[in-house]
Design a protein around this ligand. Structure first.
Ligand code: GLA
Length: 381
């Protein structure tokens, strides 16, 4: 059964009636452009084929959320506070949307029931949280007779994560989940939110490291703070500098050298990674997969040495993957500090490459998946 059917069944079993609306949304795998979204840089994600389904309806009294993993949260409606659990991602979206003037007052009066089912792995760096938020945003919006366009849905989902859940993430994951075109990657300018579909002529393999990660940990917030510090120092000399990604590559060496470490390293990563993402879209469009693989490799080196968000295990997986025949490049994917490695293979080689990695006894990888690019959020009913 697909997640939408499972979510509908779970809703019925829990609340004794059919859900009124169901939406499904994908996770994302970012091909390149890591740790640049919150600096207004470029990213190149694909949506996962695996999706999270959110079934909603006006359940009798209160706010109740259930997931097929058996966890249930009950609270007052309208929502007043966080519960410190997965339901916060859903509750945050519901609370924000309910507070908007165009949401009918009747929505705030009735209770709210939510049932969630998902095929996405948790903690694997594919942003199951964005899938949950974006799926919830589309389902609640439809329940309350609103049909926001993908950018607006992504903004709502992003606000739920930053303002309600309290994770200081960028907007890449929510935009990818809301707007990814079927079967293609999406080049996103995270400052202007302009987007362009980019066709892929490579195979993608996602390798889970088994090291779980969560953005609630402090390292991600530390990197954001370092970026702000670096920007403030650069602005002291160059007041017109708006964002770190505006540092021209030709001036990067001299400017970064004047910053205290680790800030210099962080800025070098951000500026170069943003360039790499734009270049990557270009080489893919020009049919040069080998050049794409080289950019992916350079991205990993930069994340490891300059942004310092890799782990010995991620580095070992990257090295092992690069030695597999027909692999073009490999790098850690998502925020880092655990999660997954993305392996880029020649077109048609994804199956054999995945089989090879699964057979690597020394690495003992918990999961190796072919990434079949999916598409953005959908209202099922
Ligand atoms: C996490 C965040 C994103 C982005 C990546 C790193 O996935 O949610 O906004 O910053 O890390 O590129």
């Amino acid at each position: 059964m697909n997640p939408a059917q499972r979510a509908a069944d779970l809703y019925r079993a829990t609340f004794g009636e059919a859900p009124l609306r169901i939406a499904t949304a994908p996770g994302r795998v970012n091909l390149i452009g890591e740790h640049v979204d919150y600096h207004g840089g470029h990213v190149l994600p694909v949506a996962t084929a695996e999706r999270t389904a959110v079934a909603v309806g006006p359940a009798a009294g209160g706010f109740a959320a259930v997931s097929e993993h058996g966890e249930r949260f009950d609270g007052p409606w309208p929502i007043r506070e966080r519960r410190e659990g997965w339901s916060d991602y859903v509750a945050g979206v519901a609370a924000l949307l309910a507070s908007e003037a165009r949401t009918p007052a009747a929505a705030r009066a009735a209770g709210l029931g939510v049932a969630v089912a998902s095929d996405l792995p948790l903690g694997a760096g594919v942003s199951s949280s964005a899938a949950l938020e974006v799926g919830a945003a589309a389902a609640f919006a439809a329940l309350w007779e609103q049909y926001p366009e993908p950018r607006a849905l992504a903004r709502l989902a992003h606000r739920a994560e930053t303002e309600f859940v309290g994770v200081p993430c960028g907007i890449m994951d929510q935009l990818a989940s809301a707007a990814a075109p079927a079967g293609s990657a999406l080049l996103i300018n995270c400052r202007t939110l302009e987007m362009r579909a980019v066709r892929l002529a490579v195979d993608l393999v996602l390798v889970e490291s088994g090291e779980p990660r969560s953005l609630r940990g402090g390292a991600y917030a530390d990197r954001r703070r370092e970026g702000e510090e670096a920007l403030a120092l650069l602005r002291a000399e160059w007041p017109a500098l708006e964002r770190l990604v505006d540092v021209p590559p030709a001036r990067l060496g001299a400017l970064a050298a004047r910053l205290p470490e680790p800030l210099g390293r962080r800025v070098r990563h951000v500026v170069n990674e943003n360039q790499r993402a734009v270049l990557a879209a270009g080489v893919l469009e020009n049919g040069d997969p080998a050049a794409f693989g080289a950019l992916v490799n350079a991205s990993h080196h930069s994340l490891r040495d300059l942004y310092q968000c890799s782990t010995p295990r991620l580095d070992a997986i990257v090295e092992a993957a690069r030695a597999v025949p027909r692999v073009l490049g490999a790098r850690l994917v998502g925020a880092g500090w655990g999660g997954s490695v993305l392996v880029v293979a020649e077109q048609g080689a994804g199956g054999p490459v995945a089989a090879h990695l699964r057979g690597d006894v020394a690495l003992a990888l918990p999961a190796v998946r072919i990434v079949a690019p999916g598409s953005g959020v959908e209202l099922v009913s």
